[in-house]
Design a binder for this molecule. Structure first.
Ligand SMILES: NC(=O)CC[C@H](N)C(=O)O
Length: 380
């Protein structure tokens, strides 16, 4: 068990939204200033996975769960090698974590990684504000970074927007690497890393897949150089409207008819590859209890989400695309947002949410089996 000795929680901190609303609290994690898009996550657990998900790059995450940090930080649950959120907003952080795997406090970990946060914020009021007004730019200021409200607001309004942001290359691996199959190797998959979470290759490896994780800049030739049975496109940060390179690589894969699976950003890229548009949601879906219906079976699953954009595809008809017929396979029952796509004439599908999610329900794990079936079908 570790306790925080830093005392950052006595340092005043201010959160400034781009529309001028201000929340005051105390520094949590690093002291300084940070900017990003303010978004809220409703997950009551899994903060370590959230913080280390590369899709949160340039986002300031507001936790709706009031108590955060209760189980500390361990050496096992990170989804990548570092924390990616650009800032962290909590109501009432745990002073003393309690868990047999805990190695450090969350406060210490945020500070060690230079992540500026704020605690003591009325996160319920802040979440309601974001829900009414939409996700927007935000700054957190503490210590020497504190200045008058007008100056801080001007700085927030100069920060880059999420719309139009091309961020995959900033988070993806620079070098290809292999995650070996567990047990007998049955398939090889080329996984294009646009900000991949560690659990994703793991879920494939568990099913006898050897995963070749390739940089976001990988070409169609790089993908086929590993002689794949299937191709995967990962989750990732930023605006899918900017992802022209992965869209063209995916089109190359669809032309060849190799089994294809995409998650989250990968779903938006499939949407674009098929000719659909993408758009920014008012405040996105983030959390681990979102109801989604698999329209191919009628089953409802409770799922983990982290997306601020969505695909604009017709819900109630089969669409003709350059790669044959396509349909919306999954839909969010809260707001009818497209949560999955599938091709009817080629072995390709994707989902907007996170079947790999470790924190959260495992209802959607069957999607990895569906990918395996597509690869088996191609061999038969
Ligand atoms: N987790 C993801 O892949 C997110 C995809 C995209 N950046 C979005 O916000 O919608």
């Amino acid at each position: 068990m570790t306790t925080s000795t830093r005392g950052a929680d006595k340092v005043p901190a201010v959160l400034v939204l781009e529309d001028g609303r201000i929340f005051r609290g105390r520094a949590y994690g690093a002291v300084g200033e940070t900017f990003g898009e303010a978004v809220f996550s409703t997950g009551m657990t899994g903060y370590q996975e959230t913080l280390t998900d590369p899709s949160y790059h340039r986002q300031v995450v507001v936790m709706t769960a009031p108590h955060v940090g209760n189980t500390g930080v361990n050496d096992e649950d990170a989804e990548s090698k570092r924390i990616w959120v650009s800032g962290y907003v909590v109501r009432d952080p745990a002073r003393v974590p309690s868990n047999w795997r805990s190695r450090r406090t969350l406060d210490e970990e945020l500070a060690a990684q230079g992540v500026v946060g704020i605690s003591g914020v009325d996160t319920r009021a802040l979440t309601r504000h974001l829900r009414e007004r939409g996700a927007m730019r935000v700054g957190i200021f503490s210590g020497n970074a504190l200045s008058d409200e007008g100056t801080m607001l001007a700085e927030v309004r100069q920060a880059p927007e999420m719309q139009g942001a091309d961020l995959s290359a900033e988070v993806a691996t620079k070098e290809a690497y292999v995650v070996p199959a567990q047990g007998e190797k049955k398939f090889t998959v080329a996984a294009v890393d646009l900000g991949i979470k560690g659990m994703t290759p793991y879920r494939m490896a568990e099913r006898g897949i050897e995963v070749h994780v390739l940089p976001a800049t990988a070409t169609v030739d790089d993908v086929y150089a590993v002689n794949p049975d299937g191709v995967f496109f990962s989750n990732g940060p930023g605006d899918p409207a900017t992802a022209d390179h992965p869209v063209s690589v995916m089109r190359g894969v669809l032309e060849r008819g190799t089994p294809l699976f995409g998650i989250c950003f990968g779903n938006q890229i499939l949407g674009r590859a098929l000719g659909f548009g993408t758009f920014k949601l008012k405040y996105g879906h983030r959390g681990i209890n979102q109801p989604v219906q698999d329209r191919t079976t009628g089953k409802v699953e409770v799922t983990a989400h982290n997306h601020g954009f969505a695909v604009d595809a017709p819900l109630d008809k089969v669409s003709d695309t350059p790669f044959g017929r396509a349909e919306v396979s999954h839909v969010c029952l809260n707001d009818n947002v497209v949560e999955g796509l599938q091709l009817l004439d080629k072995p390709a599908f994707s989902v907007q949410y996170h079947p790999e999610a470790a924190a959260g329900p495992h209802d959607a794990a069957y999607l990895f089996d569906r990918f395996v079936k597509l690869m088996e079908g191609q061999r038969a």
